[in-house]
Design a protein around this ligand. Structure first.
Ligand SMILES: Nc1ncnc2c1ncn2[C@@H]1O[C@H](COP(=O)(O)OP(=O)(O)OP(=O)(O)O)[C@@H](O)[C@H]1O
Length: 870
């Protein structure tokens, strides 16, 4: 594995990393006092203070936002984690990503990584880092580079249009995102698909103090060149635009709008946006800004007229609206248009990106989904948006409970595994309060929305009190003081969420839930000169002849389908923790963190993990996968699967404390045990692949080919010429030049050059695969042959190679060519990794510059990774 070649700093990095991570325990399961929240916090704090932001609870990763750049996300680090069992290295996001990827490749199933935590806890950063990890470490081809770039660059575009500075987070996601990365059967990323959830449109027209509008507005003004701004009729100064200055913080210290603009512009071209698309997109961004500056005054008929026509001149590039309204309604309509245009453009953007990420080839693909959705939010004033965001977080918490705490404990009971139930808070009761048909808050809100002219936000509030007033997690303003000892304003209601209580201001709930746009405004937009606007509004007109679903109901339905998507995949979890409210590096606010540990259910998770099992599998599946590891079960086991598994694990040597046998499944307590079994299986697969070749290519034919490469006489001559290194070179070259190929040239080469010993006479080949532990004794001058990955010095690129050891030299061989040769006489040493990664470094003097015919003499160091054939 590429740790940095001869670079001493990098070479020592792994050791330093592991040494440094002896702070506290890397897995909370190892804490002496696993029931104590204080011990949990002490461990988290101790590690955080040493910049060790990641800690496991079994296979779940807890991450504490460092609020500073750490040197743990380099390419070298990624290579370090690639293909290594995750308990062998310090906890890291890369380990979680790699584990999901490896299981996906070997079991050919779908996965998702759920990243959760409150706003500012580090979810978006984590999801970007995982995506980068796959982009760097997965195999790829030149053709696929474009997919990789598009996957990576979709992020800055979506962030520009969907993220904004809030009080909690300078780069807060104001929409939910679920991204599937699609992989082909070789594990190469070949496409992707994004689902987006409810963008916070209200931000376009209103921002709280200390907050900004979406980044793209500021990026365009700061980074757009003069000609572009002139064409759009914009001034560079954001203070000139009413929609940009309500939060009074157009400039943010931590954000470089100019730079971000450049990245977004570049991303557009990579993601395949046409110049026309880009022109229309910026036209829309500019129109929203111009719309915000329109002011109305009353004419003699009481109708609103526009005070100054300048803005309209620019907007009419997009559309022109004329309709008599009073002044208040005119302002309302203006904002409604701005929100509608922006919201639909965002949806258009996501669709466009999906078009460019789509993989048209119909072969089966596996996916890893990354879920990064706005975190739980409690503001000074919480509105309809916070209600939706927090409901979404309730649903995700419920999913986690369903898939871990609940499912796990129920399964032990069902399987007859002795188990002491561990209590936990199940937030289903809150989900029901919000989403239940006819009785839940969303249904009540929708009912009120069906009474236009009669219903108001206050009547909604009254209905709430009437219908859910006595619910344990709902606090009416009438009962506020008794229940929580805190008073509550007359327009508010309070929900006791799993993550804490939130008081919502009901003002605006009806309007935001209805999200209506005057019909004639829609018609105007359908005829817009701007292609994107036309597309967005025409489509929705065709779709929505009936009364459209309300915003909350649409959101509820999309969350339900998301949960369904997730339930069908294998989960991995990252729980992000926000260490303080001030975005300050190194500050560990005990009170705040204790609260998150509590509501994230981390203690319950720890208790279940400690008492439970890391892995479980149906007997049939377990046996099917690993039966080749035991002579009694290979190739067929005729008895019941449970007995086969028992025989198998006895043969492999599982200790009693490592597993339990349930009614239909085997339960394995530690990940270590499973990984060791998986490693043995990989090794076995390699040997089996060889045996297949021997079966199909009888040995005599192999030998004939082998000899035939040179011509019988020449072969004989060379063989007899002894062990001179020159003979080895040409013999090897001759075998490599042969074109014959059966199941893949690589395996063929490996099998021609080596075969198992102990069954034939002397070094005669045999026609079955060797059992584990048997050695490969190669014929004549070839001592040992194995597929390896060689890491290039330039960029650590992995290359598939064969390592061939002869009497006097080691060769690194490509398909038909000897690439490098190391004469044993020049060898300075060999280092092997102490992990199960199979890394070997062959040390050769730097000044070994002689040239051997047709191949390079290796100098410096050669980094190789042993590789199993699959
Ligand atoms: N691993 C990290 N290393 C360095 N800084 C980080 C890391 N994770 C998060 N941060 C910092 O914290 C900020 C907030 O993180 P992020 O945007 O990922 O939060 P979030 O949980 O996605 O919040 P929201 O729900 O509001 O979108 C980042 O902009 C960055 O400055």
């Amino acid at each position: 594995m590429a740790l940095g070649l001869e670079d001493n700093t990098d070479e020592n990095m792994e050791g330093a990393l592991i040494a440094r991570d002896r702070v506290g325990v890397q897995d909370f399961v190892l804490l002496d006092s696993h029931t104590s929240e204080t011990a949990f916090l002490n461990n988290l704090r101790k590690r955080y203070q040493e910049n060790l932001i990641y800690t496991y609870i079994g296979t779940l990763l807890v991450s504490v936002n460092p609020y500073k750049e750490l040197d743990i996300y380099t390419v070298t680090q990624m290579q370090l984690y690639r293909g290594v069992n995750f308990f062998e290295l310090p906890p890291h996001l890369y380990a979680i990503a790699d584990n999901a990827y490896r299981v996906m490749c070997s079991e050919y199933n779908n996965h998702f990584i759920l990243i959760s935590g409150e706003s500012g806890a580090g979810k978006t950063e984590a999801s970007k880092k995982i995506l980068q990890y796959y982009a760097v470490t997965c195999p790829t081809t030149e053709q696929l580079q474009i997919v990789r770039d598009r996957l990576l660059l979709s992020n800055p575009v979506l962030e520009a249009f969907g993220n904004a500075k809030t009080l909690r987070n300078d780069n807060s996601s104001r929409f939910g995102k679920y991204m599937d990365i699609q992989f082909d059967f070789k594990g190469a990323p070949v496409g992707g698909h994004i689902l987006s959830y409810l963008i916070e449109k209200s931000r376009v027209v209103h921002q709280n103090h200390g907050e900004r509008n979406f980044h793209i507005f500021y990026q365009l003004l700061e980074g757009g060149d003069k000609d572009l701004l002139c064409w759009l009729g914009l001034e560079r100064n954001p203070q000139k635009y009413a929609y940009l200055i309500q939060g009074r913080c157009a400039k943010v210290f931590s954000i470089n709008d100019k730079n971000d603009w450049k990245i977004v512009r570049k991303a557009f071209s990579i993601i395949d946006f046409t110049e026309k698309d880009i022109e229309h997109l910026f036209g829309i961004v500019a129109s929203v800004l111009h719309l915000g500056n329109i002011q109305f005054e009353e004419d003699s008929n009481g109708h609103a007229i526009i005070r100054d026509g300048t803005q309209i001149k620019w907007i009419s590039k997009v559309s022109l609206l004329r309709y008599p309204l009073n002044v208040d309604l005119a302002f309302y309509a203006r904002d409604a248009v701005a929100k509608a245009i922006y919201g639909r453009t965002f949806t258009w953007l996501v669709n466009k990106i999906n078009g460019s990420l789509a993989n048209k080839d119909s072969t089966r693909k596996t996916v890893i989904g990354l879920l990064d959705i706005y975190g739980f939010e409690v503001l000074d004033t919480n509105s309809f948006e916070q209600f939706c965001i927090n409901y979404c977080n309730e649903k995700l918490q419920q999913l986690l409970i369903e898939m871990t705490l609940k499912a796990e404990q129920e399964e032990y009971e069902l399987e007859g595994i002795e188990w002491e139930p561990i209590p936990y808070f199940n937030n289903k009761i809150i989900c029901d309060l919000v989403e239940q048909k006819h009785k839940g808050i969303i249904s009540i809100l929708d009912e009120e929305c069906l009474r236009p002219g009669e219903a108001t936000d206050l009547s909604f509030l009254e209905k709430l009190e009437e219908k859910v007033g006595d619910h344990a997690h709902f606090v009416t303003r009438k009962l506020a003081d008794q229940k929580t000892r805190k008073s509550i304003d007359w327009v508010d209601f309070r929900l006791l969420h799993y993550a804490g209580e939130v008081t919502y201001c009901a003002v605006g709930f009806l309007e935001k839930n209805n999200d209506l746009l005057y019909r004639n405004l829609k018609e105007v937009l359908c005829n817009s000169k701007n292609g994107i606007i036309r597309e967005c509004f025409l489509l929705s007109e065709l779709d929505n002849r009936r009364r459209p679903e309300t915003v909350a109901t649409q959101f509820k339905n999309s969350l339900m389908s998301l949960i369904e998507i997730l339930m069908s995949k294998e989960p991995s979890y990252v729980r992000c923790i926000k260490p303080n409210e001030n975005k300050e590096p190194g500050k560990f606010d005990d009170y705040l963190i204790r609260h998150q540990v509590k509501y994230l259910g981390l203690m319950e998770h720890l208790r279940v993990r400690r008492a439970g099992f890391a892995y479980r599998r149906k007997y049939e599946l377990f046996l099917q996968r690993y039966k080749s590891l035991c002579p009694a079960t290979w190739p067929h086991w005729h008895g019941p699967a449970a007995e086969g598994v028992e025989r198998l694990i006895k043969h492999i040597g599982y200790k009693p404390e490592e597993y339990k046998l349930g009614r239909t499944k085997i339960f394995i307590r530690f990940p270590k045990t499973l990984f060791a079994t998986e490693d043995a299986f990989e090794f076995r697969k390699h040997l089996l692949a060889m045996s297949l070749l021997f079966f199909f290519l009888p040995v005599s034919r192999l030998q004939a080919k082998y000899k035939g490469c040179l011509g019988k006489r020449e072969y004989q001559k060379k063989r007899e010429a002894g062990r001179s290194s020159g003979t080895e070179d040409s013999l090897l070259q001759a075998v490599l030049s042969s074109r014959s190929c059966c199941f893949g040239r690589f395996l063929w080469l490996a099998s021609v050059l080596a075969w198992p010993a102990g069954t034939g006479k002397g070094s005669e080949p045999c026609s079955r695969a060797p059992w584990q532990g048997e050695t490969l004794i190669p014929p004549r001058c070839f001592q040992y042959v194995t597929p390896v990955i060689k890491y290039d010095r330039n960029g650590f690129k992995p290359r598939d190679r064969l390592l061939v050891l002869t009497q006097s030299s080691a060769y690194v061989v490509e398909m038909a060519k000897i690439k490098q040769k190391i004469d044993y006489a020049t060898l300075k040493g060999i280092s092997t990794s102490n992990l199960s990664d199979g890394i070997v470094v062959i040390h050769v003097p730097e000044d070994n510059k002689q040239k051997v015919e047709n191949c390079d003499v290796a100098t410096g160091g050669l980094w190789l990774e042993a590789r199993a054939c699959s």
